[in-house]
Design a binder for this molecule. Structure first.
Ligand code: NAP
Ligand code: ZN
Ligand code: ZN
Length: 349
């Protein structure tokens, strides 16, 4: 079927309206009418070819929510009318140790929701800045929030799981002091989730204007990282730091804030490397520097259910699809509180 989408034909071209095709749903497929799609900073990195290997045309979008409109004959978990989500993964090998552990995000054959190799035209996957998507039910998530929250649920599908997975893996909870660095789409979800997990949260921002807003999200303390005195006051005090910053920066400034045996996990994925940290900043306190990639399908469902139970959604600003290029510029200037979400009904014209 042919549908409307928004995407780019080259890394140096703006996004524009385009027609794309979706495969006819197979036996295990779910056809989803996309209601809303969140706008992740990874969309910018990918569509502008800042990371290696972007395939064009590129239709970004991996924070997808909508309603099931049809299912294949073998689908048992979903029926037409269900509220569902699709995150960053639409396929994987289903056989390796990672897939068996429900960590499809680390499968060597993971297929991304956009820019992943597929047999479907045009040979790579096209994402959620589009009217509909066809996804195997193994990679479809159930949404238990109220329908009027649907737009604000969309960012949970990437920003939510990318912060939830490391917070859970490194056992963040009561009695721990946790830093969240960079208060954008990911960071604001990191603050909300860490707060809901019962931990003491310190938000680190470069933006003085976010000082009060970060407290409203659930931060117990807010540090403006450009202020050396505020940074020094946190030295050696944090158990864990989740670093979401989308640009290269001095990691040592944050490693120095970890306690003995503390860990800083990077989820931000800048196009150019960070300056390498000082070895002594790691060895003197047995500190760890780690990374984490989105999350697996079972833990994404766990996060969605936790958020439904605790009334957690993203703070969003809704846009039309034809406002996407301006939205990207605002994101690059840190001018969004905290996630743009496309109203996919605007794709109809
Ligand atoms: P975003 O909404 O643009 O937020 C990034 C935040 O980083 C900004 O709001 C800003 O917060 C801070 N920042 C400080 N200096 C910056 C600079 N020079 N340029 C840009 N940001 C700066 O982005 P996002 O959607 O949260 O994504 C953040 C990063 O995570 C991106 O690199 C994205 O590709 C990556 N990502 C990784 C995964 C994964 O699986 N690991 C998944 C999704 C996204 P303050 O104003 O508070 O300083
Ligand atoms: Zn993302
Ligand atoms: Zn696998």
């Amino acid at each position: 079927m042919t549908i409307q989408a928004y995407g780019a034909h080259a890394g140096d071209k703006p996004l524009e309206a385009m027609s794309i095709t979706r495969r006819t749903p197979g036996a295990s497929d779910v056809l989803i009418d996309i209601a809303f799609c969140g706008v992740c900073h990874s969309d910018i990195h990918q569509v502008r070819a800042e990371w290696a290997g972007t395939l064009f045309p590129c239709v970004p979008g991996h924070e997808i929510v909508g309603r099931v409109s049809a299912v294949g004959g073998d689908v048992s978990g979903f029926k037409p009318g269900d509220l569902v989500g699709v995150g960053c993964i639409v396929d994987s090998c289903r056989e390796c140790a990672e897939c068996a552990d429900g960590l499809e995000n680390y499968c060597n054959h993971m297929v991304g929701t956009y820019n992943g190799r597929t047999a479907d035209a045009p040979g790579h996957t096209l994402g959620g800045y589009s009217q509909q998507i066809v996804v195997d039910e193994r990679y479809v998530l159930r949404i238990r929030h109220a329908e009027d929250q649907l737009a604000a649920v969309a960012p949970l599908l990437c920003a939510g799981i990318t912060t939830w997975s490391p917070l859970r893996h490194w056992k963040v909870g009561p009695g721990k002091k946790v830093g969240v660095v960079g208060i954008g789409g990911l960071g604001h979800m990191g603050i909300k989730l860490a707060h809901a997990l019962g931990t003491h949260v310190v938000a680190f921002t470069t933006s003085e204007s976010k000082r009060d807003a970060a407290r409203a999200l659930g931060a117990d303390e807010v540090v403006v990282s450009r202020n050396p005195d505020e940074m020094a006051a946190q030295a050696g005090s944090l158990d864990f730091i989740l670093n979401t910053v989308a640009a290269p920066h001095d990691l040592d400034a944050f490693l120095a804030l970890l306690k003995r045996d503390g860990t800083m996990t990077l989820v931000g994925a800048p196009a150019t490397p960070h300056p390498s940290p000082q070895v002594f900043n790691l060895i003197m306190k047995r500190r760890s520097l780690a990374g984490s990639l989105i999350g697996g399908i079972p833990e994404t469902q766990e996060m969605l259910d936790f958020c439904a139970e605790h009334g957690i959604v993203a703070d969003i600003e809704m846009i039309r699809a034809d406002e996407i290029n301006a939205a990207y510029e605002r994101m690059l200037n840190g001018d969004v509180k905290y996630r743009f979400v496309i109203d996919n009904a605007s794709l109809a014209g």
